[in-house]
Ligand binder design. Sequence first.
Ligand code: 13P
Length: 341
Amino acid sequence: MSFPTTLESTAQALLASGKGLLAADESFPTIEKRFKVFDISSTEENRRGYREMLFTTPGLSEFISGVILFDETIRQKIGGASIPEALARQGIIPGIKVDQGTMALPGFADEKITQGLDGLRERLIEYRELGARFTKWRAVITIGGHIPSRTCIEANANALALFAALSQEAGLVPIVEPEVLMNGEHPIACCEEVTTVTLKSVFGALVEHRVVLEQILLKTGMILSGAECPQQADVAVMAETTRRCLRRAVPAAVPGIVFLSGGQSDEVATQRLNAICRAGDVPWKLSFSFGRALQAPALKIWKGSRENVMAAQAALHHRAQCNSSAIQGKYSAMMERATLV
Ligand code: 13P
């Protein structure tokens, strides 16, 4: 199938009604960690087989508009076809994670800067030739005693802006992802404040770098109480705080915001997504770009074995369908029970 030709229309296709993104761009250390839980060894063939299981799920394109791949995966094959071709045949847009992970920010204890700008211009040209139509770069902001620092936020915002400008130059829609981690004992107000400051810094840098806001997607976390905070905000407060934070910090020119799951359990992520999306009253399209919250049940069933493929695919299909309902504000816990029968 042929894909939209402009960056605006690609961004809109990724935001197609009732559809979201599957993040399957785990780096070597991350996929090894996910596999290890089920005693699956992280060999090239196991990684390929796992991604093949995910991407050949019957009916996936009903709910999934795009898949974020990792460098190794975009070069692998399913049957005779390259993985980007296999996705494109189903009408799913292939994308690629182009950052090269984080390193310690020198001079700033416990803070990180994302790497991968060196040689990026050339890598983007290659990725486009391999079939990618969009890119992703993840910055990590940690909340703690005296962090994040202004320096960490600004250094990451500048790297995100340079990544986005280079992506647009190469004809690729950048997904700009400043992730504020949910770990910590902080209250929800602290997550809101840090996310607001971070997003304002990111959008300031994007404008400075002449990034066309109509041609990006923002990927962000929901505004949550810290995972170890004893006082957890309820779902209605979480949803309103998330919408308020985004309304204050994200220009209306941005076509869409996609949420990461960030370590929330799959059903909780879906329930919260539904609460955020149900109210409407925001100028952008809202959707999901989940990794763990889409894949976790499928990985648990698959366990590296061919005979589990169909059941694992059914689990992925179900999560994708639940999240599709959530972005339309139509999810209910009944959808989970229906599958247990
Ligand atoms: P999670 O949904 O598992 O947080 O992954 C999304 C992602 O792509 C993080 O960069």
